[in-house]
Design a binder for this molecule. Sequence first.
Ligand code: GLA
Length: 385
Amino acid sequence: MNIHILEKEFFALYGEGSVNVYFAPGRVNLIGEHIDYNGGEVFPCAISMGTYLLVRERNDNRVNLASLNFSKRGEYDLESISKDSDEWVNYPLGVFKQLQAEGYNFGGADMMFYGDLPNGAGLSSSASVEVVTAYAIADIYQINITKKEIALLSQKAENEFVGVNCGIMDQFAVAMCKAKSAIRLDCNTLEYTYVPAELNGCSIVIANTNKSRELADSKYNERRRECEMALQIISEYVPVEHLCNISVSDFELHKLHIDNKRLRDRAEHVIYENNRVAAACNVLVNNDIMAFGQLMNESHNSLRNLYEVTGRELDIMVEESCKCDGVVGSRMTGAGFGGCTVSLVKRDSIDSFIATVRKNYEYRTGLKPDFYVVEPEDGVKKIIT
Ligand code: GLA
């Protein structure tokens, strides 16, 4: 992205003068899906697409919000923030409100956002807007706050202000990731390690199904409730706080106590998927990329058959991807119900992979997909111009 073009746009909006530029990436989750709100481990990495934020401090309490992606603009008083219908501005507004709720002091700002992530495609465009907002405000007003606190605060803004009941994975990845690594995060304790993403001659290829994620929020909340119900039943036999605290052997021993098959299937996905994350990190450390790919494939099958969050388009994308030469593994990524898949593809097969999957996916669904070849990148940062 050419920052000078963004600066010009900013000056056109708010006048010439000083400006600070920040960037928060999106994320792709390599494995560990629908695990964060069940207290287990996830394994995402940040990507090069994300949200740029240009900011200038103001000496009053006003915040001006503009975006190059959306027509909605707004001028808000920090003393009286409330939700603004269904607009993108609710992400930064929620962050201001949460910063205030946690006792941080800051004044007004002129802000301009620009994102190059597809919206609503499961690559965490919302988390990147939240995290970049909190990081920029903290930087210009010298608020003493860690990136981990920024992640937690941003999640809270999304849960309580925007009203989406997401887990911690997205905001944590967007704030904390490091280039060339994926982050192995325990969503219960928030302990994490960076695992070098040495992919043995493979690249990460994201495919956007361009299937809109209708009802995604309500179905997401439904899955959360189903997990809570399954936990309530099984924890009478295995006393644990989270589904992911149950070992595979304990689950196999006690699973028939959950007599509703749907709830049992949801729990089975969660417990086995959590185990797959540990296995995936181990094989990656041992450079066994084929085994990593196999675990990705198993993850997708489980999300399709047991957790039922894939849908026709994601399944076709994965099916067509797996047929291609040079593909090591492929699965849906993010919440599902549309959105993106992630595949590991041998570098010299990427062009033929994209051409073949594009053709076959479009033939079968009538939708035009998009592809992005990405590298693991750093989390939120200030861009020095
Ligand atoms: C969405 C949520 C995350 C996580 C994933 C599924 O991206 O925001 O918290 O639950 O879905 O793994």
